[in-house]
Design a protein around this ligand. Sequence first.
Ligand SMILES: *[C@@H]1O[C@H](CO)[C@@H](O)[C@H](O)[C@H]1NC(C)=O
Length: 654
Amino acid sequence: MLRNSLSLRTVIVAALLSVLWTVAPANAFYLPGVAPTDYEENDPVPLLVNRLTPSMDPDDQQLRSVISYDLALEPAGLALRGHAWKVVDNYHPAFHFCRPQNGPEKQAESLGSILFGDRIFNSPFDLRMLKNESCKTLCTQTYDPRAAKFVNRRIRQDYALNWLIDGLPAARVKYDEVTDTKFYSVGFELGTIEADKEPYLSNHYDIIIEYHETRAGKYRVVGVVVLPSSHRTALDNSGVVTNCEVNDKLALNRDTNTQVTFTYSVAWTPSPTAWATRWDKYLHVFDPKIHWFSLINSSIIVIFLTGMVAMILVRTLHKDIARYNQLDLNEDVQEDAGWKLVHGDVFRAPKNSLILSLFLGSGAQLFVMTGFTIVFALLGFLSPSSRGSLATVMIVLYTLFGFIGGYVSARAYKAFGGDKWRVNVIATPLLVPGIVFLTFFFLNFFLIASESSGAVPLGTMLALIAIWFVISVPLSAAGSYFGFKMPAIEAPVRTNQIPRQIPEQPMYLRWVPSMLLAGILPFGAIFVELYFIMNSIWFHKVYYMFGFLFLCYVIMVITCATVTTLMVYFLLCSENYHWQWRSFFTAGACSIFVFLHAILFWVSKLALGGFVSNVLYLGYSLLISFVVFVLTGSIGFVTSYVFVRKIYGSIKID
Ligand SMILES: *[C@@H]1O[C@H](CO)[C@@H](O)[C@H](O)[C@H]1NC(C)=O
């Protein structure tokens, strides 16, 4: 019987691993932009348009909005939005960009890419390898006052267009004074605000494409720069613009209709950049010295503190254990204080042990998922060129690791002596993911209401739910099955019938002070990377510093573990045996600082106008903090559990 279940388990684990190896890296490889495309002269090079994103204001370096708009609406989105005037046109009507002849076509994207808001469509631009163009007329559009107001507002909010040519984002060239280098910043402006405070819409695009010749007659795209500009151009008799260099700028009139003709020029320039390194100029590190310095700084502090904690702990513990075991020999000398006193209560099941076990299951699942994702990224599977691969891999891994979630949750619940095992099995894959999903779903309504493309289409939402119920829930249930079949983890000491009285606790061991004291240390390990991640999320910058991230993650885990262990030790020393939830919250307190950091970022870097942007920002920040809470809390609990078992297992009790 035992052998049977063991071999079945091995099979399942092996199957899981093989699925993981085939799905995750293959997925990363399949995504566009990973394999080079060779073009011959005059081959069409498609230009794809992605959503419009808010970008940093060049003057005050702040962000004005967090809502993005796509150029075309999808049927699912249409049905939900239900604005009659939107059904008329397929590209976001207010922007009035030129549409491809047969209407915009949606391009295939990965799940992660869709969830993170990419909406990619084809475009009417006709680019051919090595064929320079100057002043080509695209189309003429009429902006009514309503559209003019809408677009002008978006220009004032520094919205940027995002185009893709051969998988490379169109960029602006920027200059970094600190490192004295030029770099590419993804996206280019919708329009500009001039000295007269008027918004001018850019209706001419100078597209500069860098190519690299690999073999004779074979060319690859290695860089794309777009210089947008605004001109009050006029159509001649044959309906085209012949002069794109008009000095007069074009502003949309808020009172009457404005005619706008869009034009573009293309210049192909040879470049020595090889295809493999074409992303390098996009991945610019601002002031690398400061980055390194602060990283090393925080790492040293954290490692130092952790080392101290570990040393103190080991030395005092040795002394304690030696003393306790000696005292037992001299019989009737009863020790008057110390953690030994609570040996009869320390393994008493915590209150709400069901919820704790659910959190632990999800925490373990998150822990394994983040670890694997970072390692995959570190190995280069998730290059920035494969859009959305990071999010896709995270979702795939989290789904597959449902097994681990169920297993850990079941084992923890059994160890707590819980008897509502059915509830445990059902709720493990539902509680934490449910909270995350419902928040996401709720915030999505705000996006829908603001006509943003960031709104995840209903179809994708349903697909997510389907993936969840078809793959993750069964895996989690299987994990629970194995978890409950294992013998319960036995406590090394017996629990007394009657709970012991807990004496008055010192100030620093109360809930809030102890959480704040302990939570700041793991936060110290991650805050530099957190800042860069926040920048990448809200300013739509490419994040790729996975080496740093890996180091930070490891340091954070170690810090969570040691700090919580220390706190639990102090708690037990002051005869408080309610350590289970406390350890979870002590380590989880890191999330409080993550949220405070988000608030600080909000105050210093964002100047969000509008209710929706603010609600979205705070909502997503809360969501991230909650996930960090479950993750770090579980790390704290598990290490404390191991610690408590170890120390009570090493003393003699009569
Ligand atoms: C296209 O324009 C660029 C920049 O003006 C120039 O360097 C290049 O030689 C031109 N290519 C052709 C084929 O004319």
